[in-house]
Design a protein around this ligand. Structure first.
Ligand code: HEC
Length: 169
């Protein structure tokens, strides 16, 4: 599932960042609700509808995540009340990973990873990444990935799902 994210290059990120910046510039002239600032493409309408109600859909443009990371975000947003049907889930996931992909090239060492790395490469939400760091500070290094089960507020499934790209050293 992760493998195709490996093929994406940083250059794409730059192009997308430029596209988003461009769209953001246009937005100052024309003020439209929620979808503005998001690149056009298949799935945009569905994404704006599902993700543009509580905050602007553009919020997604501020983050770069792996495919797994985006799946976790959508699940998290569903728990917050986002209405995403089974049919819409993969459409939104494709849209977000096409335009806002982060890279996960190196295995991530959960004992040293920064907040940003835990979010971008580890696919954790901001508060989960913060909880991992807090736990690390209080209890010392993780000895096995299973130790992450003890981190309050962390959805361990996210660790479980990307075991092959996470290490504790
Ligand atoms: C029912 C309201 C609601 C809907 C609908 C919603 N969100 Fe959110 N979203 C939130 C709230 C509340 C936060 C702030 C969470 C936080 O800061 O911890 C948030 C934060 C975020 C963040 C930032 C996460 C972070 O860790 O900083 C992203 C990215 C995001 N949402 C994406 C989405 C996407 C993609 C969708 C559509 C699938 C969506 N949201 C739909 C309520 C919603």
């Amino acid at each position: 599932m992760c493998s195709w994210t490996f093929r994406m290059s940083g250059a794409l990120g730059l192009i997308l960042a430029a596209a988003v910046a461009l769209a953001a510039g246009q937005e100052s002239q024309v003020s439209r609700p929620s979808g503005e600032g998001l690149p056009d493409g298949p799935g945009k309408d569905v994404t704006v509808r599902a993700c543009g109600t509580c905050h602007e859909g553009r919020r997604a443009a501020s983050v770069r995540l792996t495919r797994d990371g985006w799946a976790a975000v959508i699940e998290d947003m569903q728990q917050r009340g986002a209405k995403v049907s089974e049919q819409e889930f993969p459409v939104i996931l494709d849209y977000l990973t096409t335009h806002f992909l982060g890279e996960a090239l190196q295995p991530l060492n959960l004992n040293t990873a920064s907040q940003i790395d835990l979010e971008a490469a580890g696919g954790l939400l901001r508060r989960e990444a913060a909880a991992v760091i807090r736990y690390r500070e209080q209890h010392g290094r993780f000895k096995t990935l299973d130790d992450l089960k003890n981190v309050p507020g962390l959805d361990f499934k996210k660790i479980e799902n990307r075991r092959d790209s996470l290490v504790v050293m």
